[in-house]
Design a protein around this ligand. Structure first.
Ligand code: 5GP
Ligand code: MN
Length: 325
């Protein structure tokens, strides 16, 4: 068994109160991984809470039947403290946002990640950049601990791996990803049901927003850059919440010839979220890092403190420069 896993399993044995958290605006991998981890911890702990900053996209609510994930803004946990804290999928502690306020002195921090830009913060760091999703690492940890994965946990981990591999399509779709996927199906995960819940269960309003985005798709650099925009006014008119636009950036690379896809989401007049996707060797994480963000080579993001149009101009220029190098 991996030495780090041993250390984690030992830490769990002596902990009394545990907190699980992940990055701002949780996605499929962070949600599935946190819930599966909680399932195991509940076996041995008195108290385990999952607190994130940002709402869960509605397409993932089926993974959390017990409504275990609390949103920091409504969690009322400021006076609560844990002695063991799991931080999932974060390169540094800034990525957990306001939840950082719950990290009291003396608490042990366990950092679990698969991002290449992880800064190895915390008391125990386990970072495997070869893992297709954090869900793969959680699968290995739980099975190393001899824990039997029931249907619910298999479903949560399958969803984590499914979403981070782009439905077993991205370059991180390794033999291991498929082997674990197959094992999770054997344990009760239902691939059709999980796919339907996540990808084919859209609200009328969010499909209309997607239609609007695609109608206004723009290309640059002779079609190598594909750009989508979500502005606040359209979101308000269509009554779509921001968490329900998760995954829309993927459509930017549906275009023949597109090498870099970008989605600009207007947060307010001076803040714009940028989601980046790329094919092959174009490294979008390097670009995101220059704006204080990060991610993987082919999927990254950042938030720019400028209005929508200036951000668009700035980022598109940087992508064009990188393409012509
Ligand atoms: P998305 O575009 O779906 O929000 O994120 C794609 C990838 O980039 C994910 O791995 C995500 O964790 C990472 N990412 C997105 N935004 C940020 C950010 O602001 N900071 C960092 N460090 N990573 C980000
Ligand atoms: Mn992930």
């Amino acid at each position: 068994m991996k030495e780090k896993f041993n250390q984690i399993i030992e830490s769990v044995k002596t902990a009394r109160r545990m907190l699980i958290t992940s990055h701002l605006d949780p996605d499929g991998d962070s949600i599935g991984s946190q819930l599966a981890l909680k399932g195991w911890l509940m076996d041995s702990a008195k108290e385990v809470r999952i607190i994130n900053q940002g709402k869960i996209p509605s397409k993932y609510l089926f993974l959390d039947e017990e409504k275990a994930i609390e949103d920091f803004d409504s969690a009322k946990a400021i006076d609560w403290s844990a002695d063991l804290i799991f931080v999932l999928e974060c390169p540094n502690l800034e990525r957990i946002g306001e939840v950082k306020k719950l990290l009291k002195e003396g608490a042990k921090v366990i950092n679990l990640d698969h991002h290449p830009d992880n800064s190895f913060f915390g008391d125990i760091s386990y970072v495997d950049t070869q893992a297709c999703a954090l869900g793969e690492i959680i699968y290995e940890l739980l099975t190393s601990a001899g824990y039997h994965l029931d249907k619910r946990i298999a479903t949560q981990l399958y969803a984590a791996i499914l979403t981070d591999t782009g439905r077993f399509r991205f370059s991180n779709t390794t033999p291991e990803a498929l082997r674990i996927g197959a094992e999770l199906i054997t344990l009760g995960a239902n691939p059709k049901e999980i796919n339907n819940q996540i990808y084919y269960n859209n609200s009328n309003a969010s499909l209309k927003l997607l239609g609007f985005l695609l109608l206004n798709l723009e290309t640059f650099a002779n079609g190598k850059i594909s750009s989508l925009v979500i502005d606040q006014q359209t979101m308000e008119e269509l009554k779509v919440s921001k968490e329900d636009t998760e995954g829309f950036v993927d459509y930017s690379l549906f275009l023949k010839g597109a090498e870099v896809g970008v989605l600009f989401t207007q947060k307010n007049d001076s803040k714009t979220k940028v989601s980046l996707r790329s094919q092959n060797s174009f490294d979008v994480s390097a670009l995101a890092r220059t704006f204080g963000g990060g991610g993987h080579r082919n999927a990254a993001g950042c938030t720019v403190n400028q209005d929508l149009n200036s951000t668009k101009e700035l980022i598109l220029k940087k992508i064009e420069e990188q393409l012509s190098r």
